[in-house]
Design a protein around this ligand. Sequence first.
Ligand SMILES: Cc1cc2nc3c(=O)[nH]c(=O)nc-3n(C[C@H](O)[C@H](O)[C@H](O)COP(=O)(O)OP(=O)(O)OC[C@H]3O[C@@H](n4cnc5c(N)ncnc54)[C@H](O)[C@@H]3O)c2cc1C
Length: 369
Amino acid sequence: MDTARHALVIGAGLAGAAVTAALCRRGWRVALLDAAPGPAMAASALPVGVLSPHLTRQPTPMSRLTALGVPVTRAELERLVPPGAGWMPVEVDNRGAHAPGRQAAALVRPGALVRAWLAEADERLQAHWSASVATLGREQGQWLARNAAGEPLARAPHAVIAAALGARHLAPEAAGPWPLGPVLGQMSLAALDGAPLAERPQRDDGVFVPEYRDSGLAPQWPSAIWAMGSTYARGQTDTALNDAAHRDNAARLRDLVPAAADRLDGLLADGRLLGWAGVRCASMDRLPLVGAAPDPLSSAVRQRAVAAVPRLPGLWLLSALGSRGLSLAAACGQWLAAEMEGETPALDADLRAAIDPARFAWRRARRGP
Ligand SMILES: Cc1cc2nc3c(=O)[nH]c(=O)nc-3n(C[C@H](O)[C@H](O)[C@H](O)COP(=O)(O)OP(=O)(O)OC[C@H]3O[C@@H](n4cnc5c(N)ncnc54)[C@H](O)[C@@H]3O)c2cc1C
């Protein structure tokens, strides 16, 4: 047995499942740990999201990353998830001033893809549910995850922190905490009874999904829904549904499809409106963290390039997918798996530097004390 190709992955949302799938496909063994009792129970429990590139007038790192990432996710969906049981192809009308026009997209329930990835990993994967990692330390060449009682949960030569905001406590960062913050979002949704109120999804400040059908939606949801989402409350983490957020969604929906806003208001007044809220994890520069974790002891040294910052052996990050987990996770998981095997990921050097987890420590060191 190849003991070096063994990783523990913390977090079983889109990020952790994506890297698990990519590693297992390369023949690695993975111990996957999550504090929740099953996969995709935090932000990745989103009932429906939009898979589409981030369009901007001029290319930006995010527009380039999502342009690379969307086809990778789409290919994974086509390979692993039957249409109608976790995703459906659509076109979206972009109504914003940035990039108006119609765009090919897909509506996706992230949990369907997460489960499909874990099922594919099969016997290479050992899943540990209700396993909250309190500390991650290195002992005798292995990363060891322990619970709050100090009991060992899993150990392996490599560890991937894919725990969204949980990364703040698990990975040591040079000269300060990881620059990650929460962004609470609430989606309003309801059963689709009758004809959809638009021909296709409409996007400006938020997205109106007039129709989403999914035979695998959890029992608390109808199998055909419409939805408007989502609010964007930086710094907040309370996922209890609230009417103010529904009204915020209704106000933005009024600019897109007034009849749908009337429907939303009516259902809210009748107490029949459904909703879902989750917490996104965003970095300070809004870009994901993908790659080797910097060594906190040596990264205070000024380096010419971020790539030169010394790293902790075998510790990796895949976090801060923000509002773009569907567009980014699959590709980021594949890039990270390549890097873990000592390959150069198929990604331009400037983009690699843009998502390097060491960039914050590197910038701080260059600014000086
Ligand atoms: C309202 C809303 C709407 C969205 N809409 C879209 C959309 O339309 N399109 C799109 O692409 N994206 C969308 N997103 C974003 C997308 O849902 C996220 O980017 C994605 O799900 C993040 O995946 P993740 O695996 O990084 O995090 P999560 O799914 O949050 O998973 C992190 C996991 O880590 C575990 N964990 C944390 N700490 C520990 C620990 N110490 N020990 C063990 N386990 C731990 C947690 O239990 C959790 O399961 C939306 C998000 C929200 C909230």
